[in-house]
Write a protein that binds this ligand. Structure first.
Ligand SMILES: C[S@@+](CC[C@H](N)C(=O)[O-])C[C@H]1O[C@@H](n2cnc3c(N)ncnc32)[C@H](O)[C@@H]1O
Length: 458
């Protein structure tokens, strides 16, 4: 792997004696795979015996296969260990309102959801229309029930949520230097000029993001680049441009080090931010800063209440209630206001302001679809359900699970009562299936189906 010449020269100048170790780490073939387990699940014991990531709750070093039961059922999320430091720094408390402004594919969002444990509100936004689909898939797979997924630009969202959030995360689009080793293609579009383009975009995003932090709330800013222009210099710019914000110390451990004030305007406050260097820890390059807004200001109250769909008709309400009572049971009822969008039923988190013209990709947890005189439960509802609390569950084995994710019907040895069941495999929820006689009809989403090969099971 050949690093760009301008890049090498720049970091030789900035890092001096440290440069050889830094540059060597970028061309090494060390494996920095990692994953986080889902605290909302009964996580299989073999996933928690790996070496833990020292600074990230639920984080472990090692790879999890994409075609595995653990992955499909949302028991784990594959995430590079340094990226886990971002969620660990944000660490929202239960009940908080949290915005993830640049969220796809959802690594940080699912981590934030683990802290919230189904409480509070998670607004997760992705500007890109293709990437927001992947975000939604990952949010649903991880069983997140209290998220609203938006697909908009920061300047559309800031008038919707003035002074609203306890925590806003800006995991900014950046020049990606920290990913050169993991994804050498990131070098193809890198140049010194590209770093400047990123700076412009980051300033635009931050200008809107600060408006959505409530007085006393926090803004977490992160990049996966080493470029001081996008890191320390960006924070120096925020401190000067938005004096109501100050940096608060990011807790550092496991090889995470102070940011470098001398790479910006020399303000010693900048040391409070953190750098993750691949020659100092087992992970890729990252920068993370935590800013707090002074609490003196009176927050502006967002206007109105969200209208994210229409109320259910009497027939629809009856169909849902029949399903919910029989199949889910009282302990597994999802929280939130029930609304329909066309024929789709959602549970919308409460207390949302009017979203005006914001483009809503998912108004909440997808519960299912009303078909002619019947209700078909959604995959998202299945993965957000705790099997121990659900009335109708049906355990399938690993062979049957392979048929399930492939889209095949499953043959049963006996004939349980006809109807919907939450299928579980090794205690993990894997979807809703419909039992008719000795057969489970397959409702695994068509777009997500896959073939499991023998090597995926080891
Ligand atoms: C570093 S990635 C986010 C990774 C994500 N937080 C995760 O952990 O999986 C940055 C995201 O910002 C989005 N983005 C690009 N331009 C943007 C803009 N002008 N405003 C907001 N987001 C933008 C990109 O589409 C990309 O998905």
């Amino acid at each position: 792997m050949n690093l760009p010449d301008d890049f090498v020269t720049k970091y030789q100048r900035l890092l001096g004696d440290e440069a050889p170790a830094f540059l060597a780490s970028l061309t090494s073939t060390v494996n920095t795979a990692g994953y986080r387990v889902n605290p909302e699940r009964k996580v299989p014991a073999n996933l928690t015996t790996a070496k833990p990531v020292p600074y990230a709750q639920w984080g472990y070093y090692g790879a999890v296969k994409g075609r595995s039961l653990a992955h499909q059922s949302g028991a784990v999320y594959s995430q590079e260990p340094s990226a886990m430091f971002v969620g660990a720094t944000a660490a929202p408390a239960k009940g908080e309102r949290v915005l993830d402004l640049c969220a796809a594919p959802g690594g940080k969002t699912t981590h934030l959801a683990s802290y919230l444990q189904g409480t509070g509100l998670l607004v997760t936004n992705e500007i890109n229309r293709k990437r927001v689909r992947v975000l939604a898939e990952n949010v649903e797979r991880f069983g997140v029930a209290n998220a609203v997924i938006l697909n908009d630009s920061p300047d559309t969202l800031s008038p919707v949520f003035p002074d609203y959030f306890d925590k806003v995360l800006v995991d900014a689009p950046c020049s990606g230097e920290g990913m050169f080793r993991k994804d050498p293609a990131a070098m193809d579009y890198w140049s010194l000029a590209y770093v400047e383009d990123c700076v412009t975009r980051q300033r635009e995003i931050l200008t809107e993001a600060v408006k959505m932090v409530k007085p006393g709330g926090q803004l977490i800013y992160s990049t996966c680049t080493f470029a001081p222009e996008e890191d320390e210099q960006m924070m120096a710019w925020v401190l000067k441009t938005f004096p109501e914000f100050h940096l608060v110390p990011v807790e550092k451990s496991g090889g995470v080090v102070d940011a470098r004030p001398e790479w910006a305007d020399g303000n010693p406050e900048l040391k409070k931010a953190a750098r993750l260097f691949p020659h100092l820890l087992q992970g890729e390059g990252h920068f993370v800063a935590k800013l707090e807004r002074t609490s003196a200001a009176e927050p502006t109250r967002p206007r109105g209440q969200a209208q994210l769909g229409t109320a259910l008709s009497r027939d629809q309400r009856q169909l849902w209630q029949d399903f919910a009572q029989q199949v889910l049971g009282t302990e597994a009822l999802p929280a939130g206001e029930l609304v329909t969008v066309k024929d789709q039923l959602f549970a919308v988190p409460q207390d949302l302001p009017a979203l005006k013209r914001a483009h809503v990709f998912r108004p909440g947890l997808h519960l299912g679809t009303f078909k002619k005189n019947r209700f078909e439960p959604a995959y998202a509802l299945a993965l957000a359900s705790e099997p121990q609390r659900v009335n109708h569950t049906l355990a399938i084995d690993l062979d049957q699970w392979q048929k399930w994710v492939h889209g095949d019907t499953i043959a049963l040895a006996t004939a349980p009562a006809k109807g919907w069941y939450l299928l579980t495999c090794q205690q993990q929820p894997v979807g809703f299936g419909k039992v008719v006689g000795q057969t489970v009809k397959n409702f695994f989403p068509k777009g997500l189906r896959f073939t499991v090969y023998p090597e995926d099971l080891n």
